[in-house]
Design a protein around this ligand. Structure first.
Ligand SMILES: C[S@@+](CC[C@H](N)C(=O)[O-])C[C@H]1O[C@@H](n2cnc3c(N)ncnc32)[C@H](O)[C@@H]1O
Length: 371
């Protein structure tokens, strides 16, 4: 009985009423495994774990009957529940960030006396992050030939290639049979007419049989997936070779590597909390990680692309094409851009970062995972 908690203590810790816990017991959702000598409900560590799952799904808006089905599923162990909850919560957070961005845009439009269309007003409720911000993508996002060359070399002699999180099709090799997977309707709609065929699906559940492709690639997308490790395993399942262009989120490297996050946008750290460390990603595909330096004149407007062209970050079009700026929220964005503008004008940025002007490439944490 030592490890058991009383119903009152569990209620206090979980921030629910004792009545709620009694109700969960009465409907069979959470029946404590023991009683105290006085006959009070006593919760074991396993009961508490189940309660955490129940409350997690509740927070996400699931009904009690649905929750019972989820937590009773014998195929889902505690780690799988945590991964699923994490994915759903990340998704919810991204949707909230997209909604805030859409509201800000509408407020701005109203202040300028511009009326938004009914489609624009409703789209954010139905869509994913990229269904909201995707329109702005093609303005600055395109194939960077030097990065493309690395990706295509890593694909080896693969003739059939699956491109997961394909977006508008940058980095799709033209000399191989490519199939694209892209969940956002806005992104799919912006693919060029002659781009590879594109399936509406997500990385976590690829609608292909095992070993369907010679290779699977994923570029600048893994950090958007609700469960990156599950998505990478899916890539591994459907393809014999896996190539992933991503970011090393381990440790505090982001702080030292890039002046933008170090001096202006420390909120970037909040996004990294959800990005699995590189080791976890390479293990998921059983591969190795190679650094990819960013050329000073990088053609693809990635978050890091303008490390030697700081004025670019003052350009709204540059920022809108990179999800980081939406995800940190408008307040952090305004502050970071304001500070950068001042430092560029005063010469303070140049004083701190002048040595960068002599470099042609920078190591900013971008990695190619190859398996
Ligand atoms: C930064 S864009 C990269 C697009 C493209 N790979 C490129 O390099 O231009 C990220 C893409 O990931 C897609 N995405 C988001 N969640 C996804 C998921 N769960 N599975 C697959 N793709 C996803 C987004 O819709 C978006 O098109």
């Amino acid at each position: 009985m030592d490890e058991h908690l009383t119903v009152g203590r569990v209620a206090e810790l979980a921030g629910v009423t004792v009545r709620t816990l009694h109700h969960y017991d009465e409907i069979g959702l959470l029946t404590p495994s023991a009683r105290t000598a006085a006959g009070h409900r006593a919760y074991s560590p396993a009961d508490v774990r189940r309660l955490r799952e129940v409350l997690g799904y509740r927070r996400l808006g699931f009904g009690l009957r649905q929750i019972a089905d989820l937590v009773d599923d014998p195929a889902t162990d505690p780690v799988a529940h945590l991964c699923r909850l994490r994915g759903l919560l990340t998704d919810q957070r991204d949707r909230a960030a997209a909604l805030v961005a859409a509201i800000d845009r509408e407020l701005h439009a109203r202040a300028m006396g511009i009326a938004t269309t009914p489609e624009e007003q409703l789209r954010v409720f139905g869509g994913r992050l990229y269904d909201t911000i995707g329109d702005a993508y093609p303005a600055t996002r395109r194939t960077e030939p030097r990065i493309a060359a690395r990706i295509w070399a890593a694909l080896g002699d693969a003739r059939t290639v699956l491109n997961v999180g394909a977006g508008t099709g940058s980095y799709e090799p033209v000399d191989r049979a490519v199939t694209a997977v892209e969940p956002s309707a806005v992104m799919r709609a912006q693919r060029p007419a002659d781009a590879a065929p594109c399936v509406a699906a997500a990385a976590g559940d690829l609608p292909f049989a095992d070993g369907s492709f010679d290779a699977a690639m994923a570029v600048s997308t893994v950090h958007h997936w609700p469960d990156p490790v599950a998505g990478l395993r899916e890539m591994r399942r459907v393809a014999r070779r896996v190539v992933v262009f991503t970011y090393d989120a381990a440790g505090t490297g982001w702080r030292e590597r890039f002046w933008l996050t170090r001096d202006y946008l420390p909120e970037f750290a909040g996004l990294l909390v959800d990005w699995p460390p590189l080791g976890e990603l390479t293990r998921a595909i059983g591969g190795r990680a190679e650094p990819v330096d960013v050329p000073w004149d990088c053609a693809d407007g990635l978050f890091e692309a303008y490390w030697r062209r700081p004025e670019a970050y003052l350009d709204e079009r540059v920022r809108r094409a990179v999800s980081v700026w939406t995800r940190v929220g408008p307040q952090a964005e305004r502050r970071a851009v304001g500070m950068l503008r001042e430092d560029l004008a005063s010469g303070r940025w140049a004083q701190r970062n002048g040595d960068l002007l002599r470099r042609d490439t920078a190591e900013l944490g971008l990695r190619l995972l190859v398996a």
